[in-house]
Design a protein around this ligand. Structure first.
Ligand code: MF3
Ligand code: CO
Length: 254
């Protein structure tokens, strides 16, 4: 069932969205060469504590995983696409890091992700990240009353495929609200003009994932980390947005 949100409920989600935006900015600031992924998780925990917000990730056990998620942050380095678990690994010059974070306040969730390079960047990585950001912007722009879910999916994939990048099949965004993952699914590839009609109050996370190489991915032995099979680097960006009569409202922007 798809639960449309009232304007007041979207305002409540925005409270969580601001915590998420602050956490991502703070973690990004902290993510220097030599810093460990676990230290970044600690930074994110500090932002949660400062706002009396709860992690949406910690202890989360979706159908595709066999163990509860053990951290508040996802840290996906280089060929890791999404759901990388923070460990003692220290960041190195030139690493492409994707961080994903979600929080809930008063029971309302928000979810977002950014990708960036630590230290000296390769041009190809910056282009990959910029394209993922353009794909996200195109998806958000398509999220208007009367359009369809396929218009969002098509907008995202047109940018990513247009640049020649891989896209992991069957992974994408989701409805969000009282739970981090709700109906409907928000695919990263699809046909314009098809699918769910977008109505005011629909709250969704749009999350393009792009690979420098092919589409194929596997799951690490940890049961969580998705990684490109060809070892190519991946970027992942995400915003929680709402469809409103006044156009798309980004709930996780700073
Ligand atoms: N933004 C991610 C997603 O929607 C959330 C990571 S799953 C978690 O898939 F387990 F880490 F919570
Ligand atoms: Co998400």
């Amino acid at each position: 069932m798809i639960e449309l949100k009232t304007a007041g409920e979207l305002d409540a989600m925005r409270v969580a969205g601001l915590v998420v935006a602050e956490a991502l900015a703070t973690v990004r600031e902290a993510a220097g060469i030599g810093v460990s992924l676990l230290e970044l998780d600690e930074v994110a925990r500090g932002v949660l504590a400062a706002h009396a917000a709860q992690s949406s990730f910690l202890g989360y056990l979706p159908g595709f995983a066999s163990t509860p998620y053990p951290a508040v942050l996802c840290t996906s380095v280089n060929d890791a696409i999404v759901h990388g678990i923070p460990d003692g690994t220290r960041l190195r010059d030139g690493d492409l890091l994707s961080i994903d974070f979600a929080a809930h306040v008063d029971g309302w969730h928000a979810d977002a992700a950014v990708s960036f390079v630590v230290g000296t960047a390769r041009a190809a990585d910056l282009e990959l990240i910029a394209t993922a950001e353009r794909a996200l912007a195109a998806g958000i722009k398509a999220a208007v009353v009367g359009a369809r879910m396929g218009d969002i999916a098509h907008a995202v994939s047109e940018v990513g495929r247009g640049a020649g990048y891989g896209i992991p099949p069957d992974f994408g965004g989701h409805g969000i609200g009282r739970a981090m993952h709700e109906a409907p699914e928000v695919p990263n590839e699809g046909r314009a003009g098809r699918g769910l009609r977008l109505r005011p109050g629909l709250a969704i996370a749009i999350e393009p994932m792009l690979h420098l190489g092919g589409d194929d991915f596997g799951t690490d032995a940890d049961g969580w980390t998705l990684r490109t099979v060809d070892g190519s680097r991946a970027a992942h960006v995400e915003h929680t947005i709402a469809v409103t009569e006044d156009g798309p409202r980004v709930l996780t922007a700073l």
